[in-house]
Design a protein around this ligand. Structure first.
Ligand SMILES: Nc1ncnc2c1ncn2[C@@H]1O[C@H](COP(=O)(O)OP(=O)(O)O)[C@@H](O)[C@H]1O
Ligand SMILES: [Mg+2]
Length: 312
């Protein structure tokens, strides 16, 4: 069957995952062709040449964010939906998880350490002073984690053991909005790859190990999960991805006293490199992503005239 639908991939430096996805889609001969997308000077009134775009990099390339939002307006399906992934943050997500009955570490939003040159204390009259640090220390205890409310790749994530370490770390955070979280002392750590909001592959993942050993080394470094906990992480991972609108995500849980606490579930372009995932997981991801993009490519394009139609 000759290809009638086009899938474009927007990527950064990674090669193994996008190459394998393009090959998998094209090899199925289902009337859908996949390729690396080309972004040129883009006309506001031009249609988008792709039926589906897979976004692996717009978090680092802002003009791609505008390109992708425009593509959706023109009827393309974008994985992940840029309207969702630009709006949420780790504080909002923690509060949403609580509402959904998913266990999360106790979480607090912190006013920033500093502000831009145009902002004086006059501009900040709504901020309480002094801030109620002591109440937070008592409620969250130590160790505590502080991290940007919008971030990834462990950048500016600090584990602090006492008040002094907290302020030493917080004082380095500049204009970033940070969250603080109780540190979960876990016995097992699980990372679920979630594709199309429903397909879930949970696997032990050990953040204490080196980057390339986290999946492969975790089987030996921690006790296995019992069936009930495994079922719960799969259910919770689905619940979170449906609520957040992510079609491609990883959801991490730290298990303490048999309860899986969701730690990081805002990974709109998760690391899918074969060297991090290992062969088995890599093959699973490529297949599920190929199923997803083919299905989405065949969906009819919607006539979009309002942003609210795009939050699907
Ligand atoms: N509240 C927490 N309790 C225990 N460990 C945590 C907590 N928050 C973060 N971590 C550890 O720090 C790592 C990085 O934090 P994460 O929230 O995933 O940041 P990023 O989005 O930058 O990857 C996690 O993989 C986990 O090992
Ligand atoms: Mg993370």
């Amino acid at each position: 069957m000759s290809a009638v639908f086009r899938v474009g991939l927007l990527v950064g430096r990674e090669r193994t995952f996008p190459d394998a996805l393009i090959r998998a889609v094209n090899d199925r001969h289902e009337g859908v062709s996949a390729e690396y997308a080309t972004v040129d000077v883009t006309r506001a009134d031009a249609p988008c040449p792709y039926d589906v775009l897979v976004d692996r990099i717009s978090h680092e390339v802002p003009c791609y964010q505008a390109f992708l939002k425009h593509a959706m307006l023109m009827g393309a399906r974008v994985i992940n939906n840029p309207f969702w992934r630009i709006t949420d943050d780790k504080f909002f997500n923690a509060a949403l998880a609580v509402k959904l009955g998913v266990a999360v570490p106790k979480t607090r939003l912190l006013p920033s350490k500093s502000y831009g040159p145009d902002i004086s204390s006059e501009s900040l009259r709504n901020l309480a002073y002094p801030l109620s640090w002591q109440a937070m220390f008592e409620e969250l205890g130590f160790p505590m984690f502080i991290k940007p409310h919008w971030g990834g790749g462990w950048r500016d994530v600090h584990r602090v053991g006492d008040e002094e370490e907290f302020f030493r770390a917080y004082d380095q955070t500049g204009e970033k909005a940070m969250i603080a979280q109780e540190g979960i002392r876990w016995t097992q750590y699980v990372r679920c790859i979630v594709i199309g909001k429903q397909e879930v592959l949970p696997a032990p993942w050990d953040p204490r190990l080196g980057h390339f050993e986290r999946y492969t080394g975790a089987v030996a470094s921690m006790p296995p999960l019992d069936e009930a906990t495994r079922e719960r992480v799969v259910r919770d991972a689905r619940t979170l991805c449906v609520a957040l609108g992510y079609d491609m995500n990883t959801v991490e849980f730290a298990v303490r006293d048999g309860v899986p606490y969701a730690i990081d579930y805002m990974n709109s372009a998760p690391d899918f490199d074969v060297s991090s995932l290992g062969e088995r997981q890599f093959e699973w991801v490529v297949n599920k992503m190929a199923d997803l993009v083919i299905r989405r490519a065949k969906e009819p394009a919607l006539e979009i005239t309002a942003v609210s139609q795009l939050l699907l």
